[in-house]
Ligand binder design. Structure first.
Ligand SMILES: *Cc1c(COP(=O)(O)O)cnc(C)c1O
Length: 399
């Protein structure tokens, strides 16, 4: 029998990732085991994806049942699970219509294309400006990575799609300076995830809403990371009380089975007429069956309340840790999307902390070079939180 090791990765994989030294082979709830049988507490949740933990029994049951029934039929035929998930999303959000894709980037690509097409349909080709924010992250297709506000990800691929502007997050004046009648969309993460878990101020999102209305531009919320219960609300816009025109969701939507969704209104959706946009896998029965069960579970008020309780517990535990070690200058975020920013002395060293944590048996993430990011399962037990924090303490003690 061939055994694969981390070394195999360096031999056969394109080296665009640098994964950890260990290889996880099994997960259950918020615990993961590697090839050597070492156990880890998972505070990373697959980057805010495994919202119900690893291999939750009821979701596995749905996966198994649908896996024995119908996996894929293409968009020439719709499916019952597709309609079930769309109905769940429509029932629980502002949206009247849904389109499915397979990743966050694809959902955002669809959202941006829809905004451009809607502008063409209603105002003409001159209305093409997209306003986005510095440090934002929207995915890695050429359009979405160019809309994202991190040149290190978008430079070096030749000409970029045009008419995209980046201004300062949480600074309405910089938006006012560039928004005009030629603006078709403003796209924003309610909490900037990848760049350091930076929540938008409520007045900022409210102000964007008003500016978009004033200039007939569409407001797009990228809720790929903040969505599906992550902030203690099904979607973060519900917490902010600011309703977008288009919302994108992915990551946790089917707990790790690849799927994404773009949500919008009847009027805007009308610009995607038959044939205008599409995807082979998007909305396939297998992904949607899993997604429907996930959304049904997470949308329950008592589940979302549980996320908020865990958030209090988790942040309190981090603050206590910080009282002991004094490594963080800020602990922030909503629900179980939590960032701990390293003090000046340790700037740029988040990856060392991530490594040290893994060595003590706890999986954490970074969000940029200065912030440790915690995105555990939304149903993580109090005991697993405590156990993981204890292990994290051992790791922090090394610094
Ligand atoms: C992860 C993420 C994306 C990209 O999603 P993919 O599934 O990796 O394409 C886009 N936007 C935000 C806010 C994200 O966190």
């Amino acid at each position: 029998m061939t055994t694969y090791t981390r070394k195999t990765f360096d031999e056969v994989m394109i080296q665009n990732y640098v994964p950890a030294d260990f290889i996880p082979v099994k997960g259950k709830g918020s615990r993961v085991w590697d090839q050597q049988g070492r156990e880890y507490i998972d505070f990373s949740g697959g980057i805010a994806v495994n919202a119900l933990g690893h291999c939750p029994e009821d979701i596995v049951a749905v996966l198994r049942r649908q896996g024995e029934t119908l996996w894929h039929s293409s968009n020439w035929f719709t499916s019952e699970p597709t309609l079930a998930l769309a109905s769940e999303l429509v029932a629980h959000t502002f949206a009247e219509r849904v389109m499915f894709a397979n990743s966050g980037a694809e959902a955002n690509e669809a959202a941006l294309k829809l905004a451009r097409r809607y502008a063409v349909d209603h105002f003409g080709y001159q209305k093409s400006k997209v306003i986005s924010f510095k440090q934002s992250f929207h995915g890695r297709t050429l359009f979405t990575v160019s809309v994202g506000g991190q040149p290190k990800y978008s430079d070096g691929f030749g000409p970029k799609p045009g008419d995209i502007l980046h201004v300062e997050f949480n600074n309405l004046d910089t938006v006012k300076a560039v928004i005009d009648d030629h603006t078709c969309a403003v796209i924003v993460e309610p909490i900037q995830g990848e760049s350091g878990v930076i929540p938008a101020e409520p007045e900022f999102l409210q102000g964007l809403r008003e500016l978009c209305d004033q200039y007939s531009a569409l407001l797009i919320f990228d809720e790929v990371q903040t969505g599906v219960g992550r902030t203690g609300y099904l979607y973060a816009y519900q917490h902010y009380g600011v309703t977008p025109d288009i919302l994108t969701s992915a990551k946790a939507l089917a707990n790790g089975f690849p799927i994404s969704a773009m949500l919008t209104t009847d009027k805007i959706a009308a610009s995607f007429k038959p044939g205008v946009h599409g995807t082979t896998f998007g909305g396939n029965p297998l992904a949607c069956a899993v997604g429907a069960k996930v959304v049904e579970t997470i949308a329950r008020p008592e589940f979302l309340q549980g996320v908020q309780q865990r958030s209090v517990l988790f942040k309190q535990a981090l603050r206590e840790l910080n009282g002991q070690f004094g490594l963080f200058c800020d602990i922030r975020g909503e629900g179980l999307l939590i960032g701990a920013e390293l003090i000046e002395k340790y700037r740029g060293q988040a990856s060392h902390f991530v490594k040290a944590a893994a060595a003590q048996g706890v999986m954490i993430l970074q969000a940029g070079p200065n912030v440790l990011r915690f995105t555990p399962a939304l149903n993580i037990s109090e005991q697993d939180i405590r156990c993981g924090i204890e292990r994290l303490a051992l790791a922090l003690a090394e610094f």
